[in-house]
Ligand binder design. Structure first.
Ligand code: FES
Length: 192
């Protein structure tokens, strides 16, 4: 005679339901809470004279203009002080992009090197990193909730929920390398 599969007990079924509900609630919470830069981080410490190094580059090779792509991709970078990346706070994270010179505002052009501009990488809406794609639109996008910024015009917020511009970071060229010319012009972080 074939064995009958035992039915799960009511307790087990209720436990399964509770686990499922807890998992679903956790997923919703995670969706509502993007990776927030700065919620409990020390303030930004980017300083004039810092070099720039790619996020994830353990060899800490400072960026030159030639390292910044021509193909519509931006780079996420840290400031580099001596041989130490200032990566102790996400508020130091920077996005660097090469733009079409024809579209740059006068103020942005004055802060650029070889049509390369730099901004805080921290979305001003809720603290996610902005995406590394510039593309033909020559805009920066944050895919967490769809904010768009104009790096040709001082990082202005031009779409989505972001309440303010990305803080600009003036650059200069020294010894063939990209160097921070002055700290962020406004305070990195999110919210008003
Ligand atoms: S964190 Fe919400 S749009 Fe960037």
């Amino acid at each position: 005679m074939a064995e009958q599969t035992p039915m799960p007990s009511t307790d087990a079924t209720q436990n399964d339901r509770r686990t499922l509900l807890r998992t679903a609630a956790g997923l919703v919470l995670a969706w509502l809470t993007p990776i927030r830069a700065g919620a409990q981080s020390p303030g930004p410490t980017v300083a004039a004279g810092d070099l720039l190094v790619r996020v994830g580059d353990a060899s800490l090779i400072p960026l030159t203009p030639d390292d910044v792509p021509f193909d519509g991709r931006a780079l996420l970078v840290w400031p580099l002080s001596g041989d130490t990346a200032r990566d102790n706070t996400p508020l130091n994270k920077i996005i660097v992009a090469r733009l079409n010179p024809a579209g740059l505002s006068e103020a942005t052009r004055a802060r650029a090197v070889d049509d390369i501009v730099a901004y805080s990488a921290v979305c001003t809406h809720s603290g996610c990193d902005v995406d590394e794609a510039i593309g033909e639109s020559q805009t920066l996008y944050c895919s967490c909730h769809g904010s768009t910024f104009d790096p040709r015009d001082s990082g202005l917020a031009i779409g989505g929920p972001a309440p303010r511009a990305l803080p600009p970071l003036p650059l200069k060229l020294e010894g063939g390398r990209l160097v921070v010319a002055a700290p962020f012009l406004t305070t990195p972080g999110f919210g008003v």
